[in-house]
Design a protein around this ligand. Structure first.
Ligand code: NDP
Length: 313
C-alpha cells in the first residue's frame, strides 16, 4: 500500500513496484485522479487497487483500513508517502479533528494508519515485510539542508503543543507561534522519529523492516504547487544547475521501490539517502539523523502524545 500515489514520488513508486510484479494499493484522496495517473503511466488495471483516504481525517484513515480489510489482500509493505506542504498559509488550516493540517496529514494520519495496519504486516508471509516512511533533508539538521533557518529548522521543542491537545489556538508541536513552512518540517521530523521508534520497539519482536528515506530533491512535483510561481521555476533550475540535488520523479519513485522491495535495503532502522548532490550511478547509504530525530526520550514522548491525539490511548 502506498499513500498519496496519485502524483509525484508515490505515483512513480507505484509504477516501479508494479514493474517488479507487485500488486499496489493506491490509497489516495482523489481516486479518479489516481486512476487517470495509473492509466497515464500504463499500469494495468489488475495490478492496482484504488482505495480512498483523506489522511488529514482520522475517521477516513479508519475507513481506509476497513476497506483494505474488505479486499482480503495481505499487506507485505506499507509506504507512508502522502504529504502536504503549505508554506504560504497566513493562518493554520484545521483537520476535521481540529489539528493543524500539515501535522494532521503528514504525521497523525500515517501514525494512526501504521498502528491499524501493524497486525496485517505481522501476519503477512512475505519474507521481507517493510514499513517505509518518506523523510526529508530539511528536517534533518545533521545535513546542510536541515540547518536552513527559512522559516526555521524543524524543532518539536518541549512538545508542549502536543501536550496541550494541539487544537486551536495551538498550531505547532512546540506550542510556539505558527510558521507554515516549519509545520511541514516538524511533521517530517515526526515521520523520521516514528520510523526510529518503530524500529526500537518492534523490529526484534516482529522482524518487520522499518526504514525512512530521502529520495533526493524532486523539485518539480506538485508538492510545491502552493509556493510562489517564480519559486516553482527557479527551484528546479537551481537544484539541477547549481546544487546538483535534482532527482526526477521516476528516479525518486524507483528509489522508494528499492527501499520497499530490494534485498539490499532489508536493514531496519536505517534512514536511506543518495546524498544531496546526485552523481551518476550514486549508491545509497545510511544517513545519520540529527539528535532531534534520534533521541529515544523525545521519541517516546512524541509517540505517547501522538497515541493520545489519534485516539489510541
Ligand atoms: P506530491 O504533491 O506530488 O504528492 C503528494 C501526494 O500526497 C499526492 O498524491 C497527494 O494527493 C497526497 N495527499 C496530500 N494530502 C493528502 C490527504 N489529505 N490525504 C491523502 N493523500 C493526500 O508530492 P511529492 O511526490 O513530492 O511528495 C511525496 C513525499 O515525498 C512526501 O512525503 C514528501 O514530504 C516527500 N519528499 C519530497 C521531496 C521533493 O523534493 N518533492 C523531497 C523529500 C521528500 P493529491 O494528488 O490529491 O494532491
Amino acid at each position: 500500500m502506498i499513500t498519496g500515489a496519485s502524483s509525484g514520488v508515490g505515483l512513480f513508486a507505484a509504477k516501479a513496484l508494479v514493474d517488479r510484479g507487485w500488486h499496489v494499493v493506491m490509497a489516495c484522496r482523489d481516486t479518479d485522479k489516481a486512476r487517470r495517473a495509473q492509466a497515464a503511466l500504463g499500469m494495468a488495471d489488475g495490478a492496482v487497487t484504488h482505495l480512498k483516504v483523506d489522511l488529514a481525517d482520522l475517521d477516513s484513515v479508519r475507513a481506509l483500513v476497513d476497506a483494505f480489510h474488505a479486499t482480503g489482500r495481505p499487506l507485505d509493505a506499507l509506504v507512508c508517502n502522502a504529504a502536504v506542504y503549505l508554506p504560504r498559509l497566513k493562518h493554520p488550516e484545521r483537520s476535521p479533528q481540529g489539528y493543524e493540517i500539515s501535522m494532521a496529514t503528514n504525521h497523525f494520519g500515517h501514525f494512526l494508519l501504521i498502528h491499524l495496519l501493524l497486525e496485517d504486516l505481522k501476519r503477512s508471509s512475505h519474507p521481507s515485510r517493510r514499513l517505509v516512511i518518506l523523510g526529508t533533508v530539511t528536517a534533518n539538521s545533521k545535513e546542510l539542508g536541515g540547518k536552513i533557518p527559512i522559516p526555521a529548522p524543524a524543532d518539536l521543542g518541549d512538545l508542549s503543543g502536543f501536550a496541550a491537545g494541539f487544537k486551536a489556538p495551538i498550531a505547532m508541536a512546540s506550542g510556539k507561534s505558527f510558521k507554515p513552512g516549519k509545520a511541514y518540517k516538524d511533521s517530517k521530523l515526526c515521520n523520521m522519529i516514528t520510523t526510529q521508534e518503530l524500529h526500537r520497539r518492534l523490529h526484534d519482536s516482529t522482524g518487520i523492516v522499518f526504514t525512512s528515506l530521502y529520495p533526493g530533491c524532486v523539485a518539480d512535483t506538485p508538492l510545491f504547487r502552493h509556493t510562489p510561481r517564480a519559486f516553482q521555476t527557479i527551484f528546479p533550475w537551481f537544484q539541477k544547475n547549481i546544487t546538483g540535488g535534482y532527482v526526477s520523479q521516476a528516479l525518486a519513485g524507483e528509489r522508494v521501490a528499492q527501499v520497499t522491495a530490494d534485498p539490499d535495503f532489508a536493514v531496519s532502522g536505517v534512514h536511506w539517502s543518495w546524498g544531496n548532490r546526485q552523481t551518476k550511478g550514486g549508491k545509497q547509504f545510511s544517513q545519520e539523523l540529527s539528535e532531534k530525530a534520534s533521541n529515544p526520550v523525545t521519541a517516546q514522548r512524541m509517540w505517547d502524545y501522538s497515541m493520545q491525539l489519534v485516539g489510541l490511548a
